[in-house]
Design a protein around this ligand. Structure first.
Ligand code: C5P
Length: 224
């Protein structure tokens, strides 16, 4: 049996990958499946939390007991996460959020032309994790994920500091690692300098390791 150590807590988890529309039928996207975010939601429910799962383009059945808010783009994900974060004890940003979106959305389908196509101009999306780090409620625990292909730990440390998160789950991606697979391996970096290695295993095991670290940081603060 799982200890109900998140009873009385509200947690927000983002999952999946955002899609940034180019026209009514096309988008820029990424390979995030939503499996890790779903595992985080399921394990949080099992530990007694009230769970809001903001799911970006996830083709998985809704986890039982979680409130699921489906979203498409980074803009939609931002609105849903910030709204739910207003009452949350912890926010875990497992979603792969597009850093950029097309500068102009075409209302009708972009036509094939004989000439070379126009380049796609991009503009920056807001960094939701950084925003959460700046606007957090007192005692709220903020967790980010970072997928790195090289210099995994130094890049993770820099990202943790830049985004003012409490915890950053860093995993190595590329070469068939992480994306769309049921297993994952990671190092969880803490703003307090801690470093927790989670060996390769089920995404549930990584999820539980993340909640253990969140629970430790929520400490003795009583639930609202
Ligand atoms: O900077 P990078 O995209 O590598 O950071 C990854 C972390 O930041 C993830 O937790 C992701 O959910 C979050 N993120 C965000 N808003 C963005 C880009 C990433 O919240 N625009």
């Amino acid at each position: 049996a799982t200890a109900p150590d998140l009873a009385g807590r509200h947690v927000v988890v983002s999952a999946g990958g955002t899609r940034e529309a180019l026209d009514p039928v096309r988008f820029l996207g990424n390979r995030s499946s939503g499996l890790q975010g779903h595992a985080l939601a399921r394990t949080a429910v099992a530990r007694g939390a009230r769970v809001t799962l903001v799911a970006a383009n996830v083709a998985l059945p809704d986890p039982a007991g979680a409130e699921v808010v489906p979203v498409g783009s980074a803009t939609e994900l931002r609105a849903a996460v910030l709204d739910a974060a207003a009452t949350a004890d912890a926010v875990v940003m497992a979603a792969a959020v597009a850093d950029f979106r097309p500068a102009d959305y075409r209302e009708s389908k972009i036509k094939k032309v004989d000439a070379e196509p126009e380049p796609i101009r991009l503009v920056k999306n807001p960094d939701i994790l950084a925003e959460l780090g700046e606007t957090r409620r007192p005692g709220q625990v903020i967790v980010g994920f970072a997928a790195e292909t090289h210099d995994v730990l130094p890049n993770g440390r820099a990202k943790l500091a830049r985004k003012r998160s409490d915890l950053l789950v860093v995993n190595q991606v590329g070469d068939g690692l992480a994306f769309g697979r049921p297993d994952n391996a990671a190092v969880v970096l803490g703003a307090d300098g801690s470093e927790t290695e989670v060996p390769r295993g089920a995404k549930e095991a990584l999820a539980d390791a993340v909640w253990d670290l969140v629970v430790a940081r929520l400490g003795r603060r009583p639930p609202d």
